[in-house]
Design a protein around this ligand. Structure first.
Ligand code: FES
Length: 172
């Protein structure tokens, strides 16, 4: 197993900051038109000792592949304690850097994480590539923070039920 695969498997075995955050200050969601995967990130801020507004905690949920889960896990740890400006300077490769360099076909997985994070921090800067697109960005104070699953409407425009198939770790 390659070093990258080992690190991804390690992150999957013990993903950090997984799940919605009830007291988040901001939420960003991104979807990949290429693979259909989605990722939502919740962010809570705090003031640090020098009075700067910094990221206290970030969490995520995703209908995404193993790489997206692993990148989101390490990225949420990486951004803790950073200001919004500092976090916005991080590229997808920066966010994935604890795992190592991703192969070209997996770069969009890290861009999905970057787009969701940017969508939460600054919706205007959320478009980072042609592939992952920001789906929604809401201030948590003005909206409930539904889980990613809850945010899908149970019916489509014609009133038919929409079937959602959730990926399990064994099927990604
Ligand atoms: Fe879609 Fe990884 S294959 S996010």
């Amino acid at each position: 197993m390659s070093d990258l695969n080992q690190k991804i498997q390690d992150a999957l075995a013990n993903p950090k900051n997984l799940g919605e955050m009830a007291d988040a200050d901001s939420i960003g969601t991104a979807g990949s038109e290429g693979c259909g995967d989605m990722l939502r990130m919740w962010v809570r801020f705090k003031q640090d000792a020098s009075g700067r507004k910094v990221i206290d905690r970030a969490t995520f949920q995703t209908f995404g592949c193993e790489t997206a889960i692993a990148v989101a896990s390490v990225a949420t740890e990486l951004v803790a304690g950073k200001t919004i400006e500092e976090a916005l300077h991080l590229s997808s490769s920066d966010l994935a850097s604890p795992l190592g360099a991703l192969p070209p076909m997996k770069i969009h997985c890290a861009q999905l994480v970057e787009t969701a994070l940017r969508s939460a921090l600054d919706p205007k800067s959320a478009t980072v590539s042609d592939s992952p697109v920001p789906v929604a960005s809401v201030a948590a104070s003005t909206a409930s923070s539904p889980s990613l699953r809850d945010s899908f409407t149970p019916q489509n425009d014609s009133g038919q039920k929409v079937r959602i198939i959730l990926k399990t770790p064994a099927s990604v």
